[in-house]
Design a protein around this ligand. Sequence first.
Ligand code: KIV
Length: 243
Amino acid sequence: MSKITVLTAYDFNTARALAEAGIDYILVGDSLAMVAFGYADTKKINLGQMLACTRAVHRGAPNTKIITDLPLSEVIKNKEEVLKAAQQTIKAGANIVKIEGATKETLEQIKLLRENNIEVMGHIGYTPQSFDKPTVVREAEKLINEAKTLEEYGVMGIVLEMIPSEISKKITETIKIPTIGIGAGADCTGQVLVSDDMLGRYNLINPKFLKRYANQYEDSVRAFKEYIEDVRLGSFPSDNNSY
Ligand code: KIV
């Protein structure tokens, strides 16, 4: 069976391009905090920002399945607020909400969302993400138990982040739901990357798991320089650009 493909988007045009390319799922990830807002970690994002991005992505890719992260600030609040946040996220255009971790509290929240027929994706390994301490998580027994528990609680799939390949393989063989890897080797059921990373738009980090498919940051600097020069020299706008 062919592997599941997932990439992130936070805006209309990236979503359009992903849909046109034929992606299986678009993730409106809380990586937004780092790559679009410039924060040092993913914890700073709030529900309002996630909802605005989910709406933009849904407008750009109305027929593609969207997974949206429930921001950590909402996840640690009381049960009613988590349910309300998830319902708002679905109303904004997401099909699935993602919750990081497998703590007792997280599991209760997943249970509540599943009881209310909300699809949930789990996420274990290196969470929450931050700029300065990306760490490979090597506690095999703990990770396998977390994956099994998340499956029992009814998640539809689990993101495995920065986990050694042999542990991810074992998890993928142990549970029946899909595993989506990022820095978790080739044996996962699918793969996810942050689009800004793989496009070279966010080029401040270069983890081993990343493959760059473009150099958009450098392309942008080059184009901006060309424009600045054209305007300064008076070669833009030309007659062709004038009414
Ligand atoms: O927030 C995000 O983009 C994610 C990916 C790193 C999987 O959770």
